[in-house]
Design a protein around this ligand. Structure first.
Ligand code: NAP
Length: 280
């Protein structure tokens, strides 16, 4: 049981880290629940990662988040990495245990699926195949979340075919690698399309995909949150599909970490949405 009256300290470690929205989210919940504590920025250059991470218990931290470029490298400096994080191949949350040991966790999969369920409560994991575009780090969390929710078939399309094939092999027979050329046709009969590439992000070209084969009932999710409405989501909305942007995933992935550090289960409320939206 976490003592909710004690002062707690957490933060986000990255390089650079000044842009992170995590302090806004966690500080909001600290204030909302009347807790004693803080959540701070921890700019740590890659060569100092081991020293910084191993110092967390001595500095009185309950834990921290990891962001670019530390999510994979950090795994070697932890005492235990949860099996779900090993499967995803990255850790975005460290929890300092009562004996001072460091536990690594990945909350991105939870963030993706919790946000999808909150925004589209009628979407059902078992209602049909899903098409995922992209096979980078974020795609691994999305695949884990979808498989664990019971999606029967995932069509995985990535520009570099080898990465999609490797990932399909690692995640098992429900994931099929589809060639980049076939991505438009891969949308036939899907219940959900997810963009996990950086295409459509501010400063990048739009994702190059034709939506003609996409069922009108399918949900289109883009995990990008700058901008909120990517060209993909705008095109999906224009043809009547329900859509979801990446801000929900960002907000929901913070919930399990906050609970582990501060001992309170936080919610993604309209108030927090509004605060996060106005920070973009
Ligand atoms: P990553 O590991 O670098 O993967 C990038 C992906 O984009 C790869 O699949 C890559 O394909 C693809 N890509 C890059 N340029 C492309 C192009 N010109 N045409 C087609 N595909 C292209 O990045 P990541 O960490 O997975 O992040 C991906 C996106 O997710 C970013 O926009 C990030 O902001 C967002 N994200 C959001 C959240 C959230 O909480 N909402 C969390 C994590 C990430 P190749 O393999 O062919 O290079």
């Amino acid at each position: 049981m976490t003592d909710t009256s004690a002062y707690k300290l957490a933060g986000v470690m990255g390089w650079p880290v000044a842009h992170s929205r995590s302090p806004l989210i966690h500080k909001h919940w600290i204030a909302e629940h009347g807790l004693r504590g803080d959540y701070v920025l921890l700019p740590v250059e890659p060569s100092k990662l081991q020293t910084a991470v191993r110092a967390l218990p001595a500095l009185g931290f309950s834990g921290c988040n990891l962001t670019i470029p530390h999510k994979v490298e950090v795994m070697q400096w932890l005492d235990v990495v949860e099996p779900a994080a090993c499967r995803i191949g990255a850790v975005n949350t460290i929890v300092v245990q009562t004996d001072g040991s460091l536990l690594g966790r990945n909350t991105d999969a939870f963030g993706f699926i919790a946000s999808l369920h909150q925004e589209h409560p009628r979407w059902r994991a078992d209602s049909g195949p899903v098409c995922v575009i992209g096979a980078g780090g974020a795609a691994r969390a999305v695949l884990a979340a979808l498989l664990d929710s019971g999606v029967p078939e995932i069509r995985l399309c990535n520009r570099s075919a080898g990465k999609a094939q490797d990932m399909a092999q690692a995640f098992g027979p429900r994931v099929q690698a589809v060639s980049w050329e076939d991505r438009h046709e891969a949308l036939h009969g899907v219940s959900l399309l997810v963009n996990t590439t950086n295409q459509g992000m501010y400063g990048q070209a739009p994702l190059d995909i034709q939506l003609d084969a996409l069922p009108k009932e399918a949900v289109v999710s883009d995990i990008i949150y700058v901008p909120l409405d990517t060209p993909l989501l705008a095109a999906a909305k224009a043809r009547g599909n329900a859509t979801s942007h990446g801000l929900g995933m960002l907000l929901h992935q913070a919930r399990p970490a906050f609970e582990a550090w501060f001992g309170v289960q936080p919610e993604v409320t309209p108030d927090l949405w509004q605060k996060a939206l106005s920070s973009l």
